[in-house]
Design a protein around this ligand. Structure first.
Ligand code: PMV
Length: 334
């Protein structure tokens, strides 16, 4: 944090009496994982995603009611940012979000506030950190402005924010985070919510290799331009697999889901978005009690997701830790 940040925080403290009177707005959003169909989903094929409520983003808005001039402070201590909005670039998420709201409400000025973002979701790891932040910022701002936006509208605004850094996102990340439900998603259509009759124990295993979604999506696009038949055939096969996985999910057929995850991982390998380090994690999971495992999200780093028998969760975690894996999240989906 720079000196500027300390200055801004002192400024905010001047308004301590305001803070006592005006309650802060606190919003929590989940992370997410793609269970089936990443990359193909960008090109109109279906995918299945699940929320990860064990990983949270928290956005807090502290109203600064004594400020007559519009003063907006943006604080993201996890990445060492504390700035006045007027000093931030146009592609900053809050700058863009404030502009979206002003435009939608047709207003020039909004009340002053300080917005703080904290997130447990590791950056560039395929677990939806940017979508989680986008949805949280939109929800917090809409509450601050006294708007009762339906989830579909929150999702629409969050999608606009996602486009800032992801170039050509499919929209699956912001949708699963907005609704916080497992869903079957086709770009441009309403999501279908999925509920399994049995609990699913998932382990998110972080390879520790950062990966930028926009770069991997761009590499896949280039690959598709060079080898359209091969890449389109992989996407078609992925889409067909996702349709089968949807039925297995609704039936609670865990064994079938596990097998389909492994097949999906092989398709992602052929798409050239896996890495040896991710393949090793998939192998360890499969040899130690997982029904299935695959990379999740853009790939070339980030996380592997494993569907694990409940009684094997603890031992698999220990084995992964003995291989030096430090970040493992256990979540249960139903
Ligand atoms: O890496 P993540 O968590 O942002 O997931 C990206 C999923 C892709 O299908 C590769 C891209 C998209 O927009 O759907």
């Amino acid at each position: 944090m720079g000196n500027q940040c300390i200055g801004h925080l002192l400024l905010a403290q001047d308004h301590h009496s305001d803070l006592k009177r005006m309650p802060a707005i606190v919003v929590h959003t989940a992370g997410k994982s793609i269970l089936f169909g990443e990359h193909a989903v960008v090109y109109g094929h279906p995918a299945i995603a699940v929320p990860i409520p064990d990983l949270k983003t928290t956005v807090t808005i502290f109203p600064l009611i004594r400020e007559e001039n519009e003063t907006i402070l943006y604080e993201a201590p996890d990445i060492g940012i504390c700035e006045n909005l007027s000093d931030l670039p146009k592609d900053n998420i809050l700058v863009y979000a404030v502009a979206l709201f002003k435009n939608a409400l047709d207003i020039q000025k909004i009340p002053s506030f300080r917005l703080k973002i904290r997130s447990q979701i590791p950056l560039a790891s395929g677990l939806g950190s940017s979508a989680s932040v986008s949805v949280a910022v939109v929800r917090a701002l809409s509450q601050f402005l006294g708007l009762k936006l339906p989830i579909s509208k929150i999702n629409e605004f969050a999608f606009e924010l996602e486009k800032l850094h992801h170039g050509n996102p499919s929209g699956i990340d912001n949708t699963v985070v907005s609704y916080e439900k497992a869903l079957y998603f086709i770009r441009g259509l309403e999501p279908e919510f999925l509920q399994s009759p049995v609990p699913m124990h998932l382990l998110l295993i972080n390879s520790g290799i950062p990966s930028l979604t926009a770069q991997v999506v761009a590499a896949v696009r280039q690959n598709r331009e060079k080898n359209p038949d091969m890449v389109n055939a992989l996407f078609k096969e992925t889409g067909d697999l996702v349709s089968i996985a949807k039925t297995a999910f609704l039936d609670g057929n865990i064994v079938e889901l596990g097998n389909l995850m492994v097949t999906n991982h092989h398709l992602l390998q052929q798409l050239n978005v896996s890495l040896p380090e991710l393949d090793v994690l998939v192998d360890i999971a499969l040899k130690n009690g997982a029904y299935g495992a695959k990379l999740c999200g853009a790939g070339r780093g980030g996380n592997v997701i494993a569907l694990v028998k409940e009684e094997n969760v603890h031992s698999l975690r220990q084995i992964l830790e003995s291989h030096g894996i430090q970040e493992i999240v256990h979540t249960v989906i139903q």
